[in-house]
Design a protein around this ligand. Structure first.
Ligand code: ADE
Length: 238
């Protein structure tokens, strides 16, 4: 197995590669930097109708993916060192550091939930790590899985070209990004901050740091507090 290997278990394999087949991630797929395989959960369903779900024990709305069906689908994927993720709003929040951790590994196996959820016994029995992409509810795990894969793939060596480090980006520095400008010099009467055209690289760096801090304080007090704590006692850069 070469490159980063992704296997997605889903009832909707036609959703893949989807947007991951375009742009940088698509080129990465073509170049073999990463690979994507889908497994149709329904192929492991019960009976003539290949049924995959059933009513929740204890009653209530919706349907639950069966442990036996999901277990067979997972067991059809060759056992290796890849973490097995279950996309779920109950999961560990996806962060840039979690993405970096996943991107340095051999790949991921991602189970996409649908309906009300997945039988808890298969989550326990197959050591699934539940992962959430945010505090809102999607109709299924597929779009969440694509988000996880996109965030991982852009970090793989060779995918982003010279921007590969992404070290100035939001969440890599712990701060949101400073504002960007390009030509034209004046657009609808709006100019570009003078310092950016001054040629003074030190002044540009200080201005960007200040704008980053300002936008982070205004929009994300949680990130700003964490950054202040991590950088407490540092002298402001001259
Ligand atoms: N499935 C449904 N909602 C989700 C979310 N917020 N994150 C991950 N998987 C999901």
């Amino acid at each position: 197995m070469t490159g980063f290997s992704a296997t997605v278990l889903t009832l909707y394999p036609e959703m893949f590669p989807g947007p991951l087949g375009a742009s940088l991630s698509g080129k990465g797929l073509d170049k073999g930097i990463w690979s994507l395989e889908t497994v149709q959960i329904r192929d492991f369903g019960e009976g003539r109708h290949r049924s995959v779900d059933d009513t929740p024990a204890g009653g209530g709305p919706g349907m639950v993916l069966r442990a036996d069906v999901v277990g067979r689908a997972l067991d059809s994927v060759a056992a290796d060192d890849r973490p097995r993720l279950l996309m779920s709003p109950r999961g560990r929040p996806l962060t840039q550091s979690f993405v970096r951790e996943l991107a340095t590994g051999p790949g991921v196996v991602i189970l996409c939930g649908r309906f009300e959820g997945v039988d808890e016994r298969v989550i326990e029995g197959r050591d699934l790590v539940e992962v959430s992409i945010g505090d809102y509810v999607l109709s299924g795990g597929e779009i969440a899985a694509a988000v996880v894969l996109d965030a991982i793939v852009r970090l793989l060596p060779g995918v982003m070209g010279k921007d590969a480090s992404g070290s100035e980006e939001s969440f890599e520095t712990g701060l949101l990004e400073y504002p960007h400008y390009t030509r034209p010099q004046v657009w609808e009467g709006r100019g570009i901050p003078e310092v950016l055209t001054s040629g003074d690289h030190g002044a540009v760096a200080r201005w960007r740091r200040e704008r980053s801090l300002e936008v982070t304080r205004a929009r994300r007090p949680d990130l700003s507090r964490a950054w202040e704590a991590a950088h407490a006692g540092e002298r402001p850069k001259k």
